[in-house]
Write a protein of this length. Structure first.
Length: 41
């Protein structure tokens, strides 16, 4: 039973991570971008 629940959770998480990323129209292939995120407590 626990294996079944674990598999469902993993499948659910994987499907959410496959969403299309929003890309601004002015970005072209080969452009360099930075991903910035703040570390807050």
């Amino acid at each position: 039973m626990y294996r079944f629940i674990l598999i469902l959770i993993l499948i659910s998480n994987f499907s959410h991570s496959q969403k299309k990323m929003k890309i601004p129209p002015y970005l072209k292939k080969g452009d360099t971008v930075a991903i910035v995120c703040t570390a807050r407590k």
